[in-house]
Ligand binder design. Structure first.
Ligand code: PMM
Length: 314
């Protein structure tokens, strides 16, 4: 369906010259890693601005927790949580994404200035979502999703997780495009932690290059503080560190993602990930300079050999 374009990111957002960093603003009392901390409009706006000051390129504002087992929030409450925060952050000059599964929230957030809709259900949770996004002509994140958080862990069953996530995402992307969303505005996300075990998440991180190559769309990776990192970091007793102690591990995944050409990483603490993606970019540029130098040297040697040959013939 899709073709690789010259652009690194989706049409409709600034073009960053490296993997972008999306900072998370959860306006929720119960998100798994930072629930309750920014559950107040003013605090949430301040948090968003702090994330930008710390190196975030854009901020993702959400009013519904999607942690495993979470119940859904009421629509009116989600609107009340999200829209004022989006409006205020946009007024302060931030590039804002809205993290929602509800078309009404997406629509109100876009009206308030949100530049991107991030739907963890890829439009499956609310049939009105895809038409809203198609009409608004904003970039749209399609994440791999198998069902609501209340019972998603029971759906974490795969033979070949990378192959199945690829096929299910492709099917979803085709449906979204058939329903009128501009393919140039799509972003894909493997949905780490959503109906996935720690082993599945690790396999997906190992498979990022394949996902990017085969889906040929900008890729968003959201590993921040997730369970699989807790599992990797667990001590000998098997006890994982608390979510807030997983930011260095998150930055490691940000570096890996940037290295594999991800368009963006979604993180709670931006500083370490912002540094990580900048280092990856600098190393990449040094490699390009090195390659250009080798080509110039090869041309110089070939030129000298040619000149010597010409001399020998005289
Ligand atoms: N994960 C969470 C929330 N929103 N959006 C995208 N695109 N991808 C994700 O993996 C994702 C997301 C859950 O994490 P949080 O509760 O810490 O925000």
């Amino acid at each position: 369906m899709s073709t690789l374009r010259g652009r690194h990111g989706p049409v409709g957002l600034p073009e960053w010259n490296r993997c972008a960093v999306m900072g998370v603003v959860n306006v929720t009392p119960d998100s798994f890693s930072d629930g309750g901390r920014w559950f107040d409009s003013e605090l949430a706006v301040k948090r968003g601005l702090d994330l930008i000051a710390g190196g975030a390129d854009l901020v993702d504002v959400g009013g519904e927790s999607t942690r495993p087992g979470a119940a859904r929030v009421d629509e009116g409450e989600e609107l009340r949580r999200v829209v004022p925060v989006v409006r205020e952050l946009v007024a302060e000059g931030a590039v804002v994404s809205v993290d929602t599964m509800r078309a009404s929230v997406a629509e109100a957030a876009v009206e308030a200035g949100a530049a991107l809709v991030n739907d963890v259900s890829g439009g499956l949770a609310d049939p009105a979502m895809v038409p809203v996004v198609a009409t608004a002509r904003v970039p749209f994140v399609v994440m791999h999703w198998r069902g609501f958080s209340a019972d998603m862990n029971s759906r974490a069953v795969y033979g070949d997780v990378v192959g199945e996530v690829l096929a299910e995402l492709q099917q979803r992307l085709d449906a979204v495009v058939a329903a009128g969303v501009d393919p140039e505005r799509l972003v894909v996300d493997p949905g780490l932690g959503f109906a996935k075990s720690a082993e599945h998440d690790l396999a997906l991180v190992a498979g990022l290059a394949r996902l990017r190559r085969e889906l040929a769309l900008p890729l968003l990776v959201a590993a921040s503080r997730k369970r699989f990192l807790g599992r990797v970091l667990a001590g000998p007793g098997g006890e994982p560190p608390p979510a807030r102690e997983r930011d260095a591990a998150t930055a490691a995944v940000s570096a890996l993602s940037a290295r594999e050409g991800a368009w963006a990483v979604r993180v709670h603490e931006v500083r370490a990930s912002a540094d990580a993606v900048r280092v990856v970019q600098a190393v990449h540029e040094a490699g390009e300079v090195g390659k250009a130098g080798q080509v110039a040297e090869a041309a110089r040697v070939a030129g000298a050999a040619g000149a010597a040959g010409a001399e020998g013939g005289m």
